[in-house]
Ligand binder design. Structure first.
Ligand code: NAD
Length: 547
C-alpha cells in the first residue's frame, strides 16, 4: 500500500463510435485495415523479456479471404512453455509486492491507449483476423476491453476496501493476496476483449500469467501484447505462448506452481481440462482455482402477448450478429402459433436484407465464419436440415467456401422441440425455431413451455423472454431461474456490457464467475486475515473459573 487511500478514477463505459459514412473514425479504420492487410505481421512468443521466434510458424489468414496471408505466428515447444512458467514465477517476486495503485495505473493506461492511439489497430486486426464488421469490432476490441480494464480497477479497489470489524483492543485486517503460483489463461477466438481480460484480470490482482491465445485470434493477440508492453507491464507478468493447445496445457498443468485457470471456450475442452487438473491434484502446492466460461444454447421465448416486430428484431440481431459466433447468440427460439406468420415475415425480410462479405465493405452486416472446421460443421447441419422430415429451412441454407468461409444466415423451422439443432451448440449463423400451440392459452400452458425450454439443453448461459403480460414475465423469470446466467426480459439475449450486465452461465455453460465483475476478481486472490491485539492477555484464567 502506498502512502494514502487513493480513489481510483470512476469507471465509465467507453462510448461506441458510429463509423457512419463521412466520419473520421471510418476513414482511419479503413486505412489501418489496408496497412495491416499488407503488413505481414509476425507474432512471436512473449516469454519474460524475450520475444521468441521459434521458426516453427503458421500463417494467419483472414476467414473472409482464406488464401490471403496477413502474417505468421510462432509455435511454442514444450521447453518454451516451461520457460514461460519459470519467467512468470520470477516476475512474481516483484509484481506480487508492487503497490496496487501501480498495477492499476498500468491497466488504466492500457485502456487509454486502446481508446486512443491503438483503437483502430485493435479494430482492424479484429476485423481482419476474426472477420468482424466494424461495429462488432468496435464494441469488442475497442470498448469492451477498455471497460474490462477500467471497471476491474474499480472492483479491485472495492475488494480491498472490504474489511472486517474490529472489537476493542484489536485490529482486524484482511489482505487480498495474489494466488501462490501462476495463473493459466486460455482464450477463445471470438472476443478480443476476452483475450485481453483473462490474463489481465488475474495480473491486476497481483498474479502472474501464462496466456495461450486461440490460433484464430493471433493478429489481435499481438496488438494486445503491444499495448500491455507500452502501458508498462513488466516483463514476465503476462507470458504469451502460442501453439498446440494440448501440449501447452499438459505442460502447464504438470507444474506444481499451477494456481488457477481462467478459461473461456467450449464445454468439452473445459471438462477435459478439469479432469486433468483432478488427476494432477496431488502435484499442486495449492488447490487451483478453476474458472471457465463455456458453451451455450441460448434461447428466445415469446409469449402470445409479445410484440411480433420486437421478437423478430431480437431474433435477427440476437442470432446473426457476428455470424452467431457469440456465446450468447440466440440459437433456439420458441414462438406462439398465433404470432408465427407475422414474425416469420419480419425475420425473412430482415435476413434477406443482410449483406454478406468482407468487413472492409462496411455495408456488409454478415462476414465469414472463423475457420474451415466451423464452416464444414455448419454446412453439415444445414444439409441435414434440408433432408430431415421434421425440419425445414425457411430462409438461407446456402454456403460457399471458395474465397472465404461464408455461411448464409439460416433459419430452420422444426416440428420437434428436441430436434438436434435445438440442443447442440453450432456456433454459427443458424437459428432453429419451434412453434408452440397457444390455443386456449393459460398459465399452465405457459409453464409447460417454460419447462420445455428449461429441460431441453445442458447449457444455461443466456436466454430472453418477450412478453406484454407482466404475470407471464414474472412466471417465466421464476420457472427459468436456472436456465440462464444472463436472463433478458423484452430484449435479445446478447450484448452484455461490462459494469452493467456481468456475464456468465451455469450448468454446462461454466462456473458462472461473471467476467467483468468483483465476483470474478475474487477468484484471483486468497485472503489473509491479520488479527493484531494491542495489549495481549497475561493470565489464562477466565472469570468463570473463579471459586
Ligand atoms: P475452443 O474450445 O475451440 O477453444 C478455446 C481455447 O481452448 C483456444 O485457445 C484453444 O486453442 C484451446 N483449446 C482447444 N482444445 C484444447 C485442449 N484440448 N486443451 C486445452 N486447450 C484447448 O473454443 P473457440 O472455438 O475458440 O470458442 C468458441 C467457444 O467458446 C463456444 O463454445 C462458445 O460458447 C465459447 N465461449 C463462451 C463464452 C462465455 O462467456 N461463456 C464466451 C466466448 C466463447
Amino acid at each position: 500500500m502506498g502512502k494514502g487511500f487513493f480513489h481510483v478514477p470512476e469507471a465509465v463505459n467507453e462510448p461506441v463510435k458510429s463509423y457512419a459514412p463521412g466520419t473520421p473514425e471510418r476513414e482511419e479504420v479503413l486505412l489501418t485495415y489496408k496497412d495491416l492487410w499488407n503488413a505481414n505481421t509476425e507474432v512471436p512468443l512473449y516469454i519474460g523479456s524475450e520475444q521468441v521466434k521459434t521458426g516453427d510458424t503458421r500463417t494467419i489468414n483472414p476467414p473472409h479471404d482464406h488464401q490471403h496471408v496477413v502474417g505468421t505466428y510462432h509455435i511454442a515447444k514444450k521447453k518454451h512453455v516451461e520457460k514461460a512458467i519459470s519467467e512468470a514465477l520470477e516476475a512474481r517476486k516483484s509484481w506480487s509486492k508492487l503497490e496496487w495503485e501501480q498495477r492499476a495505473a498500468i491497466f488504466l493506461k492500457a485502456a487509454d491507449l486502446i481508446a486512443g492511439p491503438y483503437r483502430q489497430k485493435m479494430n482492424a486486426a479484429t476485423m481482419i483476423g476474426q472477420s468482424k464488421n466494424i461495429y462488432q469490432a468496435e464494441i469488442d476490441a475497442a470498448c469492451e476491453i477498455c471497460d474490462f480494464l477500467r471497471f476491474n480497477v474499480e472492483y479491485m479497489a472495492q475488494i480491498y476496501n472490504e474489511q472486517p470489524e474490529s472489537s476493542e483492543g484489536v485490529w482486524n485486517r484482511v489482505e487480498y493476496r495474489p494466488l501462490e503460483g501462476f495463473v493459466y489463461a486460455i482464450t477463445p477466438f471470438n472476443f478480443t476483449a476476452i483475450a485481453g481480460n483473462l490474463p489481465s484480470s488475474a495480473a491486476l490482482m497481483g498474479n502472474v500469467a501464462v496466456w495461450k491465445p486461440s490460433d484464430s485470434q493471433m493478429l489481435s493477440a499481438q496488438i494486445i501484447m503491444e499495448v500491455f508492453r507500452e502501458a508498462g507491464l513488466p516483463d514476465g507478468v503476462i507470458n504469451m505462448v502460442n501453439g498446440d493447445p494440448e501440449m501447452v496445457t499438459d505442460t502447464v498443468l504438470a507444474s506444481p506452481d499451477f494456481a488457477g485457470i481462467h478459461f473461456t471456450g467450449s464445454t468439452d475442452v473445459f471438462k477435459g481440462i478439469w479432469s486433468k487438473i483432478g488427476s494432477n491434484i496431488q502435484k499442486y502446492k495449492t488447490y487451483p482455482r478453476i474458472v471457465g466460461e463455456t458453451g451455450g444454447k441460448d434461447f428466445i421465448l415469446a409469449h402470445p402477448t409479445a410484440n411480433p416486430k420486437q421478437v423478430a428484431t431480437a431474433i435477427s440481431r440476437g442470432a446473426f450478429e457476428y455470424q452467431g459466433q457469440k456465446c450468447s447468440a440466440a440459437s433456439r427460439v420458441y414462438l406462439p402459433k398465433s404470432l408465427w406468420s407475422q414474425i416469420k415475415d419480419f425475420v425473412v425480410q430482415d435476413v434477406k436484407s443482410f449483406k454478406m462479405g468482407t468487413p472492409e465493405d462496411m455495408t456488409n452486416f454478415v462476414n465469414a465464419v472463423i475457420h474451415e472446421g466451423s464452416f464444414n460443421k455448419l454446412a453439415s447441419y444445414i444439409d441435414k436440415a434440408k433432408k430431415d422430415k421434421n425440419a425445414e429451412i425457411i430462409v438461407g441454407g446456402n454456403y460457399d467456401k471458395s474465397k472465404g468461409y461464408f455461411i448464409e444466415p439460416t433459419v430452420i423451422l422444426t416440428t420437434d422441440p428436441h430436434y438436434t439443432t435445438m440442443e447442440t451448440e453450432l456456433f454459427g449463423p443458424v437459428v432453429t425455431i419451434y412453434v408452440y400451440d397457444d390455443k386456449n392459452f393459460d398459465a399452465q400452458k405457459w409453464a409447460d413451455i417454460c419447462e420445455l425450454v428449461d429441460n431441453t439443453s445442458i447449457y444455461a448461459l443466456t436466454g430472453a423472454i418477450l412478453s406484454g403480460d407482466r404475470y407471464a414475465a414474472a412466471q417465466a423469470t421464476d420457472l427459468l431461474q436456472n436456465a440462464a446466467g444472463n436472463f433478458y426480459i423484452n430484449d435479445k439475449p446478447t450484448g452484455a456490457v461490462v459494469g452493467q450486465q456481468p456475464f456468465g452461465g451455469a450448468r454446462a455453460s461454466g462456473t458462472n464467475d461473471k467476467a467483468g465483475s468483483k465476483m470474478n476478481l475474487m477468484r484471483w486472490v486468497s485472503a489473509r486475515l491479520i488479527k493484531e491485539t494491542f495489549v495481549p492477555a497475561t493470565d489464562y484464567r477466565y472469570p468463570f473459573l473463579g471459586e
